[in-house]
Design a protein around this ligand. Structure first.
Ligand SMILES: *[C@@H]1O[C@H](CO)[C@@H](O)[C@H](O)[C@H]1NC(C)=O
Ligand SMILES: *[C@@H]1O[C@H](CO)[C@@H](O)[C@H](O)[C@H]1NC(C)=O
Ligand SMILES: *[C@@H]1O[C@H](CO)[C@@H](O)[C@H](O)[C@H]1NC(C)=O
Ligand SMILES: *[C@@H]1O[C@H](CO)[C@@H](O)[C@H](O)[C@H]1NC(C)=O
Ligand SMILES: *[C@@H]1O[C@H](CO)[C@@H](O)[C@H](O)[C@H]1NC(C)=O
Ligand SMILES: *[C@@H]1O[C@H](CO)[C@@H](O)[C@H](O)[C@H]1NC(C)=O
Ligand SMILES: *[C@@H]1O[C@H](CO)[C@@H](O)[C@H](O)[C@H]1NC(C)=O
Ligand SMILES: *[C@@H]1O[C@H](CO)[C@@H](O)[C@H](O)[C@H]1NC(C)=O
Length: 380
């Protein structure tokens, strides 16, 4: 009751002139905790809230990225140099990839499309030393703890790839949203989505999370075609519970021993290795394209420096505008998809914001992390 009242007050403060708000005490996520309707008229949505101190917002449509060019991946890699994201370059043998083929993660398979960044899997029989050419983008920040992680993406209609958004610490602390494009059947509107916690249990099951039960693996069906347009997929990683959503609608909740406890980072991945029980493929088509419009992550940092920053910044959490409610994409209303804190005045002080243009939030100089620099503030 109290938290609902507080939420309404905060909503009101969000609607008042934005110059007042500066979110210095953080970003408030609305968390739907149950798919069942409640009998309590005061809690019709059965929601709770969680506060996060840090923001990482990237609008890939506004990063100055070159189109995919297999002959010149350097331009693509360079375009990311001053951003939060790093195109990955590594090879997995078939054995390591647990597939029929290996996987060659190569920046040559990434680039700008008309509507965001593209992660390309190359099919059509093309293998490089027994590996399928595939793509991955990772955040440079590794301090991503409890949080709400949102991605807008359009999955390829080409069968035989795995398109994934995940939070990762190590192979037994990992939260995944994975699409297997060969499972889509537009003829009868079958569009499954796989929600996975990789845990000690899944390691013991040979990383076949599907053998470890509903607290670590749920396949559910989307009410829309994820290949036809962009939709927002969301992971809320909270102490002892993980919530998964599509367009703001709760898909599943997992709790128990498999829920991670470490800080990690975010990964966008598009791959195929021919494994008949997972990705299938590689695709018959020359290329399959996963398109990503944005990532918005609200989280608590594991870094003592960031915790200290928050403590210094946040004078009074009750002050108007000190806490900002995160506007949510909802079924039938995706207007929040085009809305970025970084486009508002003064709402992203000392946060990681990449929304391009000059209108972005306050821009501060780079600050060091384990992996060197990264740019804070209003975009590249
Ligand atoms: C931005 O926020 C800071 C910190 O609260 C405040 O001092 C400043 O006046 C704000 N600036 C604008 C333009 O609203
Ligand atoms: C509302 O969510 C809580 C968990 O936060 C759960 O215990 C309760 O059963 C839910 N109520 C209904 C009616 O779904
Ligand atoms: C995140 O950190 C803030 C500040 O310490 C705290 O108030 C909040 O409860 C934390 N959020 C979660 C989900 O633990
Ligand atoms: C991956 O393998 C390809 C083909 O053998 C090779 O050209 C490339 O340098 C390798 N990449 C890495 C990061 O080792
Ligand atoms: C992942 O990290 C946890 C916590 O540090 C550790 O207990 C576990 O053994 C690690 N798993 C792997 C596969 O290294
Ligand atoms: C949908 O169609 C596919 C391919 O024809 C079939 O394999 C699948 O069982 C169908 N699913 C349902 C729910 O009817
Ligand atoms: C911004 O964050 C960095 C990294 O924690 C910190 O070093 C710096 O002091 C912060 N600046 C302000 C003005 O809070
Ligand atoms: C759609 O969502 C936005 C952002 O959350 C909200 O401000 C707006 O009122 C919503 N529109 C409708 C018709 O519900």
């Amino acid at each position: 009751m109290v938290s609902l009242l507080r939420l309404l007050l905060l909503l009101l403060t969000l609607l008042t002139p934005l110059t007042l708000a500066d979110c210095e005490c953080g970003y408030l996520a609305t968390i739907t905790t149950s798919t069942s309707p409640t009998d309590d008229p005061n809690h019709p949505l059965n929601t709770t809230t969680a506060l996060f101190t840090d923001l990482l917002e990237t609008d890939f449509t506004r990063l100055p990225l070159p189109p995919p060019d297999p002959s010149n991946p350097t331009a693509y890699v360079n375009a990311f140099h001053t951003t939060e994201w790093a195109p990955q370059s590594f090879n997995l043998s078939a054995e390591r990839a647990r597939g029929t083929y290996g996987e060659m993660f190569d920046p040559a398979n990434g680039g700008a499309g008309g509507d965001g960044v593209q992660l390309v899997v190359r099919g059509g029989g093309l293998l490089v030393d027994g590996m399928v050419p595939v793509a991955e983008l990772d955040t440079r920040r590794l301090d991503v703890g409890w949080g709400s992680f949102r991605v807008s993406m359009r999955v390829p209609a080409v069968a035989g790839t795995c398109a994934a958004f995940f939070w990762y610490f190590n192979d037994t602390q990992e939260i995944d949203i994975e699409f297997l494009t060969r499972d889509f059947h537009p003829s009868n509107a079958t569009f499954p989505i796989n929600l996975v916690l990789q845990s000690r249990a899944s390691a013991l099951a040979g990383f076949d999370a599907s053998r470890t039960g509903p607290q670590t693996f749920i396949q559910t069906h989307l009410p829309f075609d994820p290949t036809a347009s962009f939709h927002e997929y969301r992971i809320d990683y909270l102490p002892s519970t993980v919530h998964f959503y599509a367009d703001g609608a709760l898909l599943a909740v997992m709790s128990g021993a498999a829920v991670p406890t470490s800080p990690g980072h975010l990964i966008l991945q598009h791959w195929s290795n021919g494994n008949p029980s997972w990705s299938g493929g590689p695709p018959a088509a020359d290329e399959a394209v996963l398109a990503v419009r944005y990532v918005k992550a609200y989280f608590n940092s594991s870094m003592p420096a960031r915790k200290g920053d928050w403590q210094r910044r946040c004078g009074d959490p009750e002050a108007p505008g000190a806490v900002c409610v995160i506007p949510d994409v909802r079924e039938g209303n995706d207007s929040a998809a085009g809305w970025f804190f970084g486009d508002q005045r003064n709402m992203t002080n000392n946060q990681t914001v990449e929304v391009g243009g000059e209108s972005g939030g306050v821009r501060l100089g780079g600050w060091g992390l384990w992996w060197g620099w990264l740019v804070m503030g209003g975009g590249a």
